[in-house]
Design a protein around this ligand. Structure first.
Ligand code: NAD
Length: 499
């Protein structure tokens, strides 16, 4: 059985804690690797080495660091097929989805090539007599990232790229359910020219996360995962004086107005609700048609589309719309919530509960489900299901639909389908959600904008990638300078001179 260790000081290293986790192939249900789970001692030692390596890397000029990013883009493109295969084998998503995962990460590395420009400071000439004032962005030192299973390439790259481009050392603690691709990414960074020790990948579970939270050398943490863990990491990390940004769960609503193109809306809902088995933080899990006629017409369009979805292993190629969910536990949780939906009175109009795939009976496949007449007090509405389950909550008016999205505790993404510019503009202006789509179902911002939700989908001030990432992974220092020749008529410096 393959054993996966850690990436420390430029090479793979076996774990020493004696603790392991199973890594599954979700399509077959088989254990395909044993993952070493790091102890606090292993995390602390790797962090100490990273701190040493950071000193030289932080002093390397930004264009040299940018060249590492440039080389990394080439290597990601070169190894796209290999990475996608490894990703699908552990995660279960289809190969096109896996390539999308890698591509969205690659685009942030492309953005990081602009580090020399993004790290430029500000300068005020003659802030006082003979006095200049300038600010610079310096790396925060050693930063850490704790990432989820659902985007094993994209989210680690969103964290590693900006942190490294800013001159930090970086400790990545990937999900224990999909660790292979992060290890491959670290090897590619070395090939791209990153010095040993600057990037460490420490595999592990709560023990290694707690070690990160309590390690005094680590000064910033970027987390992505479920909301309860996000809140835990934010609270403990900030209590320990660290800069922390945590991105949590989601329940993304799509509002469908009576004037919307309903075929387009139905196609969008099927892609955004069931793609990647619904295991996306930007998946649409709630459809809110406005008016009975809209709701009936939408349901009539959704049912045949959903019934046509093909569920299968990634090895079946382009015939498959989505694959298995990540673990047996994830599947059990989804099935339990579906039963709760039925018990609480929602209409299960597409029932995938009996779904089974010949030859893959032990795989973690979940058939597609569609609920109609869901109400906002039901568990399937309130909780994040993270599976191929779409809930239709009928609304009598636009205002009621808007209020529904606003009252939900999560605020990651949302979308509106309408032909009316006034309504779309009003929605974008008023809704308390971080990322909005207007006739776009999954409005994931591109690398040069920033990604982040509101409410219980995000904790901390700054977003991921884009210019915010360069702010998060740097500290500002402001210098006031005066040269002796400027002192002539000024005498001693005082604040009066600056007014
Ligand atoms: P998760 O919270 O279970 O795990 C995320 C990370 O936290 C992993 O590295 C894991 O090892 C660690 N972790 C888990 N339990 C822990 C504990 N008790 N103490 C300390 N660390 C712990 O999340 P997941 O299941 O891997 O990912 C799915 C979740 O991530 C969903 O809720 C999804 O919405 C969310 N997500 C959010 C975004 C976003 O940008 N907002 C993006 C992707 C995924």
């Amino acid at each position: 059985m393959q054993e996966i260790g850690h990436w420390i000081n430029g090479k793979t290293v076996a774990g020493t804690s004696g603790r392991f986790a199973d890594v599954f192939n979700p399509a077959t249900g088989e254990v395909q690797a044993k993952l070493a789970l790091a102890s606090k001692a292993e995390l602390d030692a790797a962090t100490a080495d990273a701190a040493v390596a950071q000193v030289k890397w932080g002093a390397t000029n930004p264009q040299r660091r940018a060249r590492v990013m440039m080389a990394m883009v080439g290597l990601l493109n070169r190894d796209m097929d290999k990475l996608a295969e490894a990703l699908s084998r552990e995660h279960g998503k289809t190969i096109p989805d896996a390539k999308g995962d890698i591509q969205r990460g690659l685009e942030v590395i492309e953005f990081c090539i602009g580090a020399p420009h993004l790290l430029k400071g500000e300068f005020t000439d003659s802030a006082g007599p003979g006095i200049d004032m300038y600010s610079m962005r310096q790396p925060i030192g050693v930063a850490a990232g704790i990432t989820p299973f659902n985007f094993p390439a994209m989210i680690p790259l969103w964290k590693m790229g900006p942190a490294l481009a800013c001159g930090n050392a970086f400790i990545l603690k990937p999900s224990e359910r999909a660790p292979s691709v992060p290890m491959m990414l670290a090897a590619l960074f070395k090939e791209a020219g990153l010095p040993d020790g600057v990037l460490q990948v420490i595999n592990g579970d709560k023990d290694s996360v707690d070690a990160i939270l309590d390690n005094e050398t680590i000064s910033g943490i970027g987390f992505v995962g479920s909301t309860p863990i996000a809140q835990y990491i934010y609270a403990r990390g900030t209590a320990n004086g660290k800069r922390v940004q945590c991105f949590g769960g989601a329940k993304n609503h799509m509002i469908i107005m009576p004037d919307a193109d309903l075929d387009q809306a139905a196609d969008a809902l099927v892609g955004a609700g069931y793609g990647a088995a619904g295991e996306r933080c930007m998946a649409i899990s709630v459809a809110v048609p406005v008016g009975k006629a809209t709701a009936d017409a939408l349901i009539a369009r959704l049912i045949p589309r959903i019934e046509k979805l093909k569920v299968g292993p990634y090895t079946a190629g382009n015939d498959v719309d989505y694959g298995p969910v990540v673990t047996a536990a994830a599947k059990a949780n989804i099935m339990k919530l579906i039963e709760t939906g039925v018990a609480q009175g929602a209409d299960l109009v597409v029932d995938g509960r009996d779904f089974s795939l010949q030859g893959y009976e032990e795989g973690f496949f979940v058939g597609p489900h569609l609920f109609d007449n869901v109400t906002t007090d039901m568990d399937i509405y309130r909780k994040e299901i993270f599976g191929p389950v779409l809930s239709v909550v009928r609304s009598e008016s636009y205002e009621a639909a808007l209020k529904m999205a606003m009252d939900h505790e999560y605020g990651n993404g949302t979308a509106i389908y309408t032909r009316d510019g006034d309504t779309a503009r009003d929605f974008a202006a008023r809704v308390n959600v971080g990322m909005i789509g207007i006739n776009v179902p999954i409005p994931v911002p591109l690398a040069y904008h920033t990604f982040g939700g509101w409410k219980k989908s995000s904790f901390g001030d700054l977003n991921q990638h884009g210019p915010d990432a360069f702010r998060f992974y740097t500290r500002t220092k402001t210098i006031t300078s005066r040269w002796p020749s400027g002192i002539k008529e000024g005498g001693e410096f005082n604040f009066k001179q600056m007014e």
